[in-house]
Design a binder for this molecule. Structure first.
Ligand SMILES: C[S@@+](CC[C@H](N)C(=O)[O-])C[C@H]1O[C@@H](n2cnc3c(N)ncnc32)[C@H](O)[C@@H]1O
Length: 210
Protein backbone atom coordinates (compact mmCIF):
# COMPACT_ATOMS: atom_id res chain seq x y z
CA UNK A 1 0.00 0.00 0.00
CA UNK A 2 2.70 2.51 1.06
CA UNK A 3 4.80 1.98 -2.03
CA UNK A 4 1.72 2.24 -4.28
CA UNK A 5 0.73 5.61 -2.77
CA UNK A 6 4.30 6.88 -2.98
CA UNK A 7 4.44 5.95 -6.67
CA UNK A 8 0.94 7.27 -7.47
CA UNK A 9 1.55 10.63 -5.80
CA UNK A 10 5.12 10.94 -7.08
CA UNK A 11 6.55 11.28 -3.53
CA UNK A 12 10.21 10.85 -2.75
CA UNK A 13 10.94 7.22 -1.78
CA UNK A 14 12.38 8.44 1.50
CA UNK A 15 9.11 10.05 2.69
CA UNK A 16 8.21 9.07 6.24
CA UNK A 17 4.58 8.15 7.02
CA UNK A 18 2.08 5.48 7.93
CA UNK A 19 -0.31 4.17 5.25
CA UNK A 20 -3.32 6.20 6.41
CA UNK A 21 -1.45 9.50 6.71
CA UNK A 22 0.08 8.98 3.28
CA UNK A 23 -3.35 8.16 1.84
CA UNK A 24 -5.00 11.31 3.25
CA UNK A 25 -2.11 13.63 2.41
CA UNK A 26 -2.69 16.22 -0.29
CA UNK A 27 -1.66 15.62 -3.87
CA UNK A 28 1.44 17.75 -4.57
CA UNK A 29 -0.31 19.03 -7.72
CA UNK A 30 -3.24 20.43 -5.72
CA UNK A 31 -0.90 22.06 -3.20
CA UNK A 32 1.13 23.67 -6.00
CA UNK A 33 -2.08 25.00 -7.53
CA UNK A 34 -3.01 26.64 -4.21
CA UNK A 35 0.51 28.00 -3.77
CA UNK A 36 0.37 29.70 -7.18
CA UNK A 37 -2.90 31.39 -6.17
CA UNK A 38 -1.79 32.64 -2.74
CA UNK A 39 1.96 33.13 -2.79
CA UNK A 40 1.75 36.88 -3.47
CA UNK A 41 -0.53 37.42 -0.45
CA UNK A 42 2.10 36.98 2.25
CA UNK A 43 5.39 35.43 3.27
CA UNK A 44 4.43 33.63 6.48
CA UNK A 45 1.92 30.77 6.46
CA UNK A 46 0.49 28.29 8.95
CA UNK A 47 -1.04 24.89 8.22
CA UNK A 48 -3.56 23.58 10.76
CA UNK A 49 -3.93 19.78 10.83
CA UNK A 50 -0.73 19.28 8.85
CA UNK A 51 -0.43 15.48 9.03
CA UNK A 52 2.93 14.08 7.92
CA UNK A 53 3.78 17.40 6.29
CA UNK A 54 3.38 16.82 2.56
CA UNK A 55 1.68 20.19 2.16
CA UNK A 56 3.96 22.00 4.62
CA UNK A 57 7.08 20.63 2.89
CA UNK A 58 5.95 22.22 -0.40
CA UNK A 59 4.96 25.47 1.34
CA UNK A 60 8.53 25.77 2.66
CA UNK A 61 9.78 26.17 -0.94
CA UNK A 62 7.59 29.26 -1.45
CA UNK A 63 7.15 30.98 1.93
CA UNK A 64 9.74 32.40 4.33
CA UNK A 65 8.22 30.69 7.36
CA UNK A 66 5.80 27.79 7.76
CA UNK A 67 4.16 26.84 11.07
CA UNK A 68 2.58 23.37 11.05
CA UNK A 69 0.15 22.17 13.72
CA UNK A 70 -1.12 18.64 14.38
CA UNK A 71 -2.19 17.02 17.64
CA UNK A 72 -1.00 13.47 16.89
CA UNK A 73 2.54 12.94 18.22
CA UNK A 74 3.15 9.85 16.05
CA UNK A 75 2.10 11.73 12.91
CA UNK A 76 4.29 14.66 13.96
CA UNK A 77 7.31 12.35 14.27
CA UNK A 78 6.88 11.59 10.56
CA UNK A 79 6.38 15.29 9.86
CA UNK A 80 9.59 16.12 11.73
CA UNK A 81 11.53 13.69 9.56
CA UNK A 82 9.93 14.95 6.34
CA UNK A 83 10.75 18.57 7.27
CA UNK A 84 14.11 17.96 8.94
CA UNK A 85 16.07 20.12 6.50
CA UNK A 86 13.53 22.97 6.66
CA UNK A 87 13.55 22.83 10.48
CA UNK A 88 17.35 22.98 10.45
CA UNK A 89 17.18 26.05 8.19
CA UNK A 90 14.75 27.73 10.61
CA UNK A 91 11.96 27.87 7.98
CA UNK A 92 9.69 25.31 9.57
CA UNK A 93 8.22 25.30 13.06
CA UNK A 94 6.15 22.32 14.32
CA UNK A 95 3.53 22.62 17.04
CA UNK A 96 2.05 19.44 18.55
CA UNK A 97 -1.23 20.76 19.90
CA UNK A 98 -4.97 20.88 19.33
CA UNK A 99 -5.48 23.19 16.37
CA UNK A 100 -8.98 24.04 17.59
CA UNK A 101 -7.72 25.46 20.88
CA UNK A 102 -7.84 29.23 20.79
CA UNK A 103 -4.87 29.53 23.16
CA UNK A 104 -2.75 27.62 20.65
CA UNK A 105 -3.98 29.75 17.75
CA UNK A 106 -3.21 32.95 19.68
CA UNK A 107 0.51 32.01 19.69
CA UNK A 108 0.68 31.78 15.88
CA UNK A 109 1.40 34.71 13.58
CA UNK A 110 0.83 34.20 9.89
CA UNK A 111 -0.37 36.12 6.83
CA UNK A 112 -2.27 33.07 5.55
CA UNK A 113 -3.70 29.95 7.20
CA UNK A 114 -4.39 26.65 5.46
CA UNK A 115 -6.83 24.44 7.37
CA UNK A 116 -6.87 20.85 6.13
CA UNK A 117 -10.12 19.53 7.60
CA UNK A 118 -9.36 16.18 9.26
CA UNK A 119 -10.77 13.37 7.19
CA UNK A 120 -13.17 11.03 8.92
CA UNK A 121 -14.83 7.98 7.41
CA UNK A 122 -18.18 9.78 7.71
CA UNK A 123 -17.26 11.65 4.57
CA UNK A 124 -17.69 8.51 2.53
CA UNK A 125 -21.36 8.36 3.43
CA UNK A 126 -21.92 11.59 1.52
CA UNK A 127 -23.94 13.04 4.37
CA UNK A 128 -24.14 16.78 3.96
CA UNK A 129 -22.17 18.50 6.67
CA UNK A 130 -20.89 15.15 8.00
CA UNK A 131 -17.45 16.60 8.44
CA UNK A 132 -18.71 18.67 11.32
CA UNK A 133 -19.70 15.60 13.37
CA UNK A 134 -16.30 14.93 14.90
CA UNK A 135 -14.59 18.20 14.13
CA UNK A 136 -15.96 21.35 15.72
CA UNK A 137 -18.35 23.25 13.44
CA UNK A 138 -16.40 24.87 10.64
CA UNK A 139 -17.94 28.24 11.55
CA UNK A 140 -16.31 28.19 14.99
CA UNK A 141 -12.90 27.13 13.62
CA UNK A 142 -12.96 29.90 11.02
CA UNK A 143 -14.02 32.47 13.62
CA UNK A 144 -11.10 31.47 15.87
CA UNK A 145 -8.63 31.69 12.99
CA UNK A 146 -9.98 35.11 11.96
CA UNK A 147 -9.90 36.44 15.52
CA UNK A 148 -6.40 35.18 16.36
CA UNK A 149 -4.45 34.97 13.11
CA UNK A 150 -5.85 36.25 9.81
CA UNK A 151 -8.89 36.56 7.50
CA UNK A 152 -6.89 35.01 4.66
CA UNK A 153 -7.73 31.34 4.94
CA UNK A 154 -7.78 28.33 2.59
CA UNK A 155 -9.80 25.31 3.69
CA UNK A 156 -9.13 21.91 2.12
CA UNK A 157 -12.48 20.17 2.41
CA UNK A 158 -14.11 16.92 1.46
CA UNK A 159 -15.92 17.03 -1.92
CA UNK A 160 -19.18 16.13 -0.14
CA UNK A 161 -19.69 19.50 1.52
CA UNK A 162 -21.95 21.79 -0.50
CA UNK A 163 -21.34 25.41 -1.46
CA UNK A 164 -24.50 26.42 0.43
CA UNK A 165 -23.25 24.73 3.61
CA UNK A 166 -19.88 26.46 3.35
CA UNK A 167 -21.51 29.87 2.80
CA UNK A 168 -23.71 29.30 5.85
CA UNK A 169 -20.64 28.59 7.95
CA UNK A 170 -17.99 30.90 6.50
CA UNK A 171 -19.88 33.68 4.71
CA UNK A 172 -18.50 35.09 1.43
CA UNK A 173 -16.07 32.64 -0.15
CA UNK A 174 -14.73 31.15 -3.34
CA UNK A 175 -15.63 27.45 -3.45
CA UNK A 176 -13.24 25.77 -5.85
CA UNK A 177 -14.13 22.23 -6.91
CA UNK A 178 -10.88 20.37 -7.46
CA UNK A 179 -10.88 17.57 -10.03
CA UNK A 180 -7.83 15.31 -9.97
CA UNK A 181 -7.51 13.09 -13.02
CA UNK A 182 -11.18 13.98 -13.75
CA UNK A 183 -12.45 12.84 -10.31
CA UNK A 184 -13.98 15.45 -7.96
CA UNK A 185 -11.43 14.85 -5.19
CA UNK A 186 -11.78 17.83 -2.83
CA UNK A 187 -12.78 21.47 -2.54
CA UNK A 188 -10.56 24.44 -1.81
CA UNK A 189 -12.41 27.20 0.01
CA UNK A 190 -10.73 30.61 -0.26
CA UNK A 191 -11.64 33.35 2.23
CA UNK A 192 -10.68 37.00 2.59
CA UNK A 193 -8.21 38.40 0.07
CA UNK A 194 -7.51 34.90 -1.26
CA UNK A 195 -10.77 34.86 -3.27
CA UNK A 196 -10.31 35.62 -6.95
CA UNK A 197 -14.08 35.82 -7.32
CA UNK A 198 -16.89 35.08 -4.91
CA UNK A 199 -18.92 31.96 -5.77
CA UNK A 200 -18.11 28.61 -7.30
CA UNK A 201 -15.16 27.78 -9.53
CA UNK A 202 -13.45 24.62 -10.76
CA UNK A 203 -9.97 23.43 -11.52
CA UNK A 204 -8.87 20.30 -13.37
CA UNK A 205 -5.51 18.88 -12.34
CA UNK A 206 -3.56 15.88 -13.58
CA UNK A 207 -1.11 13.90 -11.51
CA UNK A 208 2.11 12.74 -13.11
CA UNK A 209 1.81 9.08 -12.27
CA UNK A 210 -1.80 8.06 -13.06
C1 LIG B 1 -6.05 15.56 6.16
S1 LIG B 1 -4.76 15.29 7.36
C2 LIG B 1 -3.59 16.44 6.84
C3 LIG B 1 -2.80 16.07 5.60
C4 LIG B 1 -1.70 17.07 5.25
N1 LIG B 1 -2.23 18.31 4.72
C5 LIG B 1 -0.70 16.49 4.26
O1 LIG B 1 -0.72 16.93 3.10
O2 LIG B 1 0.07 15.58 4.64
C6 LIG B 1 -5.52 15.86 8.79
C7 LIG B 1 -4.71 15.79 10.07
O3 LIG B 1 -5.49 16.42 11.09
C8 LIG B 1 -4.98 15.99 12.33
N2 LIG B 1 -5.91 16.40 13.39
C9 LIG B 1 -7.13 15.88 13.73
N3 LIG B 1 -7.66 16.57 14.76
C10 LIG B 1 -6.78 17.55 15.09
C11 LIG B 1 -6.76 18.59 16.06
N4 LIG B 1 -7.76 18.75 16.91
N5 LIG B 1 -5.68 19.41 16.11
C12 LIG B 1 -4.66 19.26 15.26
N6 LIG B 1 -4.60 18.30 14.31
C13 LIG B 1 -5.66 17.45 14.22
C14 LIG B 1 -4.82 14.49 12.15
O4 LIG B 1 -3.85 14.00 13.08
C15 LIG B 1 -4.36 14.42 10.67
O5 LIG B 1 -2.98 14.24 10.61
Amino acid sequence: MKSEIIKKRGYSKSISGDDFSLYISSYPESVLHVVKRIVNKGSVIAELCCGIGVTSRILCDYFDKVTSVDNDPAVMNHCRQNLSEQIRQGKSQLIIEDAFNEKVLSTISADIVIYDVPYWSDHDAGVEGAFTKKNPPLKSVVEKIRKNITNNIVIFSSPNVSYEDIVKQCGKCEYEKVYINDKHDRNHIYLGELMIKEGQSEVYLKTQQD
